[in-house]
Write a protein that binds this ligand. Structure first.
Ligand code: PA5
Length: 431
């Protein structure tokens, strides 16, 4: 299977009895999700999305991405939370964080409206000067302050640069089919719109137009992405805990949390390009599980980078951590380590090996050290980074998150806590 769970480094932490005890809760969670009888079941459209997505809109996304690529140097994606993280995560994982500096035929992609930083927005406007720009504003509610503010700024920028008619052809809105201020504005102005299905919440929406349009503009094969997700939908539909790695992962998280006092999960990868996937994961699990005084705190790391910062704490700090490692077996590229006559750096013992081999040794060495130091390690092995595997991985995590939330008896699809800061902020702003 494209994502394989390895439990070897959990054996001293979890027993067969632990799995037996949690099995009924997993079965219940499966039924909640598949029979749409659980909390928030009106937001489970993502479960069958890889097979029943809107084919007509999908073709329009590909066509629009082609048009954008032909007339655009800079593509600005405006959105926050679930309306931005997934697209950025997929683009940066597949195309590499340094991609914008490589020769390519697709526009440079920048993200805006995910903070209220005036400095950040001004910098972005400067980058756009003298270049052809298109904008995709993404907001399901159509009322979120951060993207609405950024869009106000970019709408004006485009209208000044291209005139109202020219700007109209460069603005693309992804929002609710009917409701919200953004939908109203898009209809009034005649912008091309894409739909966020009503039954799919923000953090589960990366495989809708929310993620697909920016991902397609980045030149990534969205057919493959959806095929990978579709394969996951089929593979991970089985109710049997023993046969379903996704459910096993969800079960293990809950066993470690409620039975063994492990309240922090560090999602880690040995690929720096995974950094935004970490952020996407943290939002998915944090907003889904962190409520009613419950939830595992989702943290993240990139190794070996963070072994030189967080490694000390993980190895011997408070023993309330477990790690989930996403390990990609085949690197996109590799580099042979050559012999140097002087051996001034003392690294000739690595001659003939590759950088990827050294990275794998760091992975295996760290696993043994952390597990031996009291940190359970869950390993998710993925063959390589490509659109198919990434589509699979996204679905794997979305489903694991929903199942895990149901096991701990919370609604995976709401986020009542997010409103608290908004109320205070709007009161301070006089609204
Ligand atoms: O997962 C969620 O529902 C949230 O993170 C939203 O995506 C985020 O708050 C943005 O909301 P909207 O798309 O309505 O602007």
């Amino acid at each position: 299977m494209p994502v394989e769970l390895n439990t070897k480094y959990l054996d001293s932490f979890i027993s067969g009895e632990d799995y037996e005890k949690i099995e009924p809760s997993v079965s219940l969670a499966h039924n909640f999700l598949h029979k749409k009888t659980g909390l928030g079941s009106e937001f489970t459209g993502w479960v069958t999305l890889p097979t029943d997505y809107d084919r007509e809109e999908f073709s329009r996304i590909k066509e629009t991405a082609r048009k954008i690529s032909a007339n655009t140097d800079i593509f600005i994606v405006i959105g926050i939370g679930g309306s931005y993280l997934g697209a950025r995560a997929v683009i940066e994982l597949i195309n590499s964080r340094n991609y914008n500096t490589l020769p390519k035929t697709t526009p440079d992609i920048y993200f805006a409206g995910n903070s209220i930083s005036a400095a950040d927005l001004s910098d972005l406007l400067k980058i756009c000067e003298g270049r052809d720009v298109s904008v995709n504003v993404v907001s399901k509610s159509g009322t979120t302050l951060e993207p609405a503010l950024a869009f106000r700024v970019f709408k004006r920028f485009l209208e000044e640069k291209y005139g109202k008619e020219g700007a109209r052809k460069r603005i693309f809105c992804t929002t609710d089919r009917q409701k919200g201020k953004l939908k109203r504005l898009a209809d009034e102005e005649g912008y091309e719109t894409f739909v966020i299905p009503e039954d799919i919440g923000g953090r589960y929406s990366v495989l809708t137009a929310v993620g697909l349009l920016p991902i397609a503009v980045a030149g990534i094969d969205i057919d493959e992405l959806m095929l990978g997700a579709r394969r996951a939908q089929e593979d991970l539909a089985c109710a049997d805990l023993d046969q379903n790695d996704c459910y096993k992962y969800a079960a293990i998280r809950n066993i470690l949390h409620s039975g063994k006092g492990k309240s922090i999960e560090i999602l880690a990868s040995y690929e720096p390009n995974f950094a935004m996937m970490n952020e996407w994961f943290k939002q998915l699990f944090g907003e889904s599980e962190g409520k009613d005084g419950k939830g595992i705190f989702p943290a993240s790391a990139i190794f070996s980078t963070d072994l030189h910062s967080m490694g000390q704490y993980i190895q011997s700090g408070t023993r309330n951590i477990f790690e989930t490692i996403v390990y990609f077996e085949k690197p996109r590229n590799d580099i042979l380590i050559e012999t140097i006559a002087s051996d001034a750096d003392g690294l000739n013992f690595l001659s003939g090996k590759t950088i990827a081999f050294v990275n794998k040794s760091a992975f295996l060495g760290t696993l043994a050290a952390h597990a031996g130091g009291g940190v359970p390690n869950i390993i998710l092995t993925v063959p390589e980074i490509n659109p198919f595997e990434v589509g699979y991985l996204i679905y794997f995590f979305e489903k694991a998150c929903a199942i895990s939330s149901y096991i701990s008896d919370v609604n995976p699809f709401d986020q009542p806590g997010v409103d608290a800061y908004k109320k205070n902020m709007f009161a301070l702003l006089g609204n």
